[in-house]
Design a protein around this ligand. Structure first.
Ligand code: 9D3
Length: 256
């Protein structure tokens, strides 16, 4: 999987790529990310990347020329990209499904904006996609670019180790995760559920499926619309719909 990231804060992006699953994937050559400093594609003495908005108003707008030059360099060095993604609060929402689409589009170029935004002609000429990571205001596209790279890289075969299988990832299955416990079996007056210590692997799998489903029912019922459930799981949901009273999964149980 190959990404080119175009940003005025290359060190910020590099820092986010250095650790963990993504850092290891880069070391192993499974993931190739080239972070490019937009200022390297300016031609003036002061490497200016912004200018005042036509029509007036607050803040600055990113100039088109450095982005055009950077994208022409990417094409010359790497060939035609499979996708050019503009990170923007006005984009469509990034989802697991979108990650699955981008992993098939390598090499992918990610354009990070700062200030009030990027001259519209960059999007018109170059962008194949415009993506937002959610409805909150950030200071630029760098953190969103890292989010996209992380989610897409996890879908590249070999990037995620066997011990943390992608199959089990909650949004891949369409449900939230079940609760996790490790030793000790009792801590601060809180006990690990007996079933997990029982050694009955069939029962453990069933308990986990039920917990995952219960949490999704409680917290993200919107996800149930497209989740694929077997007969038993559908029966659980119908029972909870008839009687939603059992203690909320998020509350846990507290000894008094
Ligand atoms: C305060 C300026 N806003 C006026 C309506 C517009 C605005 C411009 C640029 C708001 C944020 C930004 C910087 N954000 C991004 O570049 C960005 C972003 C985000 O803020 N939230 C979620 N996803 C993304 S992707 C890129």
């Amino acid at each position: 999987m190959r990404f080119d990231v175009i940003t005025i804060f290359p060190r910020m992006v590099e820092a986010g790529l250095a650790e963990g699953v993504v850092g290891r994937a880069r070391d192993r050559g499974l993931l190739d990310v080239m972070v490019r400093d937009l200022r390297d594609y300016t031609t003036d003495r002061h490497h200016v990347v912004d200018d005042v908005p036509f029509g007036g108003g607050p803040g600055m707008v990113m100039k088109p020329e450095p982005f055009f030059a950077a994208l022409e360099a990417v094409e010359a060095e790497r060939g035609k990209p499979g996708a050019v993604v503009m990170l923007s609060p006005a984009g469509r929402r990034f989802t697991q499904q979108e990650a699955g689409r981008l992993v098939t589009r390598a090499p992918v170029v990610l354009l990070c904006g700062r200030y009030e935004g990027v001259d519209e002609r960059v999007r018109e000429r170059w962008a194949t996609d415009e993506i937002s990571i959610g409805d909150y205001v950030l200071s630029g596209g760098e953190l969103p670019a890292l989010v996209v790279i992380d989610a897409v890289a996890r879908l590249v075969p070999g990037v995620v180790g066997d011990e943390q299988s992608v199959e089990g990832d909650s949004f891949v299955r369409g449900l939230l995760d079940y609760p996790h416990y490790t030793r000790p079996a009792e801590f601060a007056g809180q006990r690990v559920p007996d079933v997990l210590i029982s050694g009955h692997h069939g029962q453990i799998r069933r308990w986990r499926r039920q917990q995952a489903l219960r949490r999704t029912f409680e917290r993200r019922p919107d996800l149930l619309v497209s989740a694929v459930l077997d007969e038993e799981e559908q029966a659980w949901v119908r029972a909870w719909q008839a009687d939603p009273s059992p203690a909320k999964v998020s509350e846990g149980s507290r000894k008094s």
